[in-house]
Design a protein around this ligand. Structure first.
Ligand code: SF4
Ligand code: SF4
Length: 95
């Protein structure tokens, strides 16, 4: 399933989406993120699953626009470290 973490405000939508069907729990995104946005653990959306999947940490869900800001310069945006690290392509950002 697609798990969305984030919020919208007057300036736009700020969501990180994890495709839990693609995520294999490898933790590469956790290692790649310089600001501790990503975590891996039990799938909170599927209590019957034993698989661990990625999520956005609780403390970051209300401020990812700002925390992710340094990864997203207005011009010449480089590949996002979290997205680039994810081999299965499970991570997407709405902005
Ligand atoms: S890098 Fe991708 S596959 Fe690995 S834990 Fe993170 S989201 Fe899941
Ligand atoms: S964009 Fe940067 S700060 Fe945001 S989750 Fe990805 S690696 Fe972490």
């Amino acid at each position: 399933m697609k798990a969305n973490y984030g919020y919208k405000d007057g300036s736009g939508d700020y969501f990180i989406t994890i495709d839990t069907d693609k995520c294999n729990g490898c933790r590469e995104c956790v290692s790649a993120c310089p600001y501790g946005v990503m975590g891996v653990g039990p799938d909170e959306n599927d209590p019957f699953s034993d698989d661990e999947v990625a999520f956005v940490t609780e403390q970051e869900r209300k401020k990812i626009k700002y925390t992710c800001g340094p990864c997203k310069p207005m011009k010449n945006r480089p590949p996002l470290p979290c997205v680039a690290a994810c081999g299965p392509g499970a991570i997407s950002h709405s902005w």
